[in-house]
Ligand binder design. Structure first.
Ligand code: BT5
Length: 277
C-alpha cells in the first residue's frame, strides 16, 4: 500500500475497530460454561474493569458475570500499583465470584485463576507458561499476565470476590513496562484474543466448579506442577522487610512456604517474589 496511506492508517490505529472484538456475541459463541461468563459485558476504554465489576456486584449482580474492556486508563495492580492496558491488544477482564468459603481460603481463588490462565495460554500458544507466586504468569521468565483478586467482606464474612485478569496478547513490548512481554513477542505471531478469552473462561469454569464441589487439593497439585520457582532460591519482598530462602511450594491455604537459612519455614500470604538462582 502507498506509504502515505499507511502513515494515516498507523496514526489512527488506536481508534480503529480491532478484527477480533471482545464482545458478548463473539465471546459467548460455543462457550458452554456452567457459571463463568454466563453474562458478559463489553466496553471500549474504561478506567478499570475491576471497578465496574465491583459496582455491579455491589448492586447485586450474580456470580460468573464477566466485564471485558478493549483498554483501561487506570488499570490496577496490587498494592496501589498500575496495570498498563494498551487498547485493542490485550485482554482486560474482571469476574464476579460469590463462593461460599471462609476468608482464609479466598487466596486459593488467585491460585485457581493462575492455573487457568497458565493452561489457557499454553493451549493456544504451546508456550511454557509458568506461575510466579502468587499472581504472575511468565513466559521465558517475562511477565505477560497478572491477576488481581479484590474482595468485599462484612463482619469477617466474604461477600464477593472480583477476579481481575490482564493478559498481554498482541501487545508490542514498546507499549509495556521493561521486564514485561506479550504472547505475540514470545511466540513470534499474533493470537486471536477472542479464542484465548473463550478458552480462559472455559478453563476458569472447570477449575472453579471443581474447587466449589471438591475443594482445593487438585488446584494445589496443578499449581505446583506449573510453578516457576519450586525448589529454587528466592528473595521475597514483604511489607516491612525482604527475606531470602528456598521455595518449598505452597500450603493448603495457598501461602508460599520459604525455608529460611536457619531452617525455619515461613508461610507467606502476601509479597513479591524474585528468583535468585
Ligand atoms: C498484577 O499486579 O499483576 C495484577 C494485574 C491485574 C490487571 C487486571 S486487568 C483487568 C482488571 N482490571 C484492573 O484494573 N486490573 C485487573 P502486580 O503484581 O501488583 O503487578 C503490577 C506491576 O506489574 C506494575 O508495577 C508493573 O511493574 C508491572 N506491569 C504493569 N503493567 C504491566 C503489563 N501490562 N504487563 C506486565 N507487567 C506489567
Amino acid at each position: 500500500m502507498d506509504e502515505r496511506i499507511l502513515k494515516i492508517l498507523r496514526a489512527h490505529q488506536d481508534e480503529s475497530v480491532p478484527a477480533d472484538r471482545l464482545i458478548p456475541e463473539e465471546l459467548s459463541r460455543r462457550l458452554n460454561t456452567k457459571v463463568i461468563g454466563k453474562k458478559i459485558f463489553s466496553y471500549n476504554v474504561v478506567d478499570s474493569t475491576n471497578s465496574i465489576a465491583f459496582s455491579l456486584a455491589k448492586a447485586g449482580l450474580g456470580e460468573g458475570a464477566a466485564v471485558f474492556a478493549e483498554g483501561q486508563r487506570k488499570g490496577r495492580g496490587r498494592l496501589g500499583r498500575g496495570w498498563v492496558s494498551p487498547k485493542n491488544k490485550g485482554i482486560y477482564l474482571s469476574l464476579i465470584l460469590r463462593p461460599k468459603i471462609s476468608l482464609k481460603k479466598a487466596s486459593l481463588v488467585t491460585l485457581l485463576a493462575a492455573v487457568a490462565c497458565a493452561e489457557a495460554i499454553r493451549k493456544i500458544s504451546g508456550q511454557q507458561a509458568l506461575i510466579r507466586w502468587p499472581n504472575d504468569i511468565l513466559v521465558n521468565n517475562k511477565k505477560l499476565c497478572g491477576i488481581l483478586t479484590e474482595m468485599q467482606t462484612e463482619n469477617s464474612h466474604l461477600e464477593y470476590i472480583i477476579l481481575g485478569i490482564g493478559i498481554n496478547v498482541n501487545t508490542p513490548t514498546g507499549k509495556l513496562p521493561s521486564q514485561a512481554s506479550s504472547l505475540k513477542e514470545e511466540a513470534g505471531r499474533e493470537f486471536s484474543r477472542v479464542e484465548l478469552a473463550r478458552g480462559l473462561l472455559r478453563r476458569l469454569d472447570q477449575e472453579y466448579s471443581f474447587f466449589k464441589d471438591k475443594g482445593s487439593a487438585k488446584i494445589i497439585t496443578q499449581w505446583r506442577n506449573l510453578s516457576a520457582f519450586c525448589g529454587k532460591r528466592l528473595k521475597v519482598k514483604l511489607a516491612e522487610k525482604t527475606i531470602e530462602g528456598q521455595s518449598q511450594g505452597i500450603d493448603a491455604q495457598g501461602a508460599l512456604i520459604v525455608r529460611l537459612d536457619n531452617g525455619f519455614k515461613q508461610h507467606i500470604l502476601a509479597g513479591d517474589v524474585a528468583k535468585i538462582r
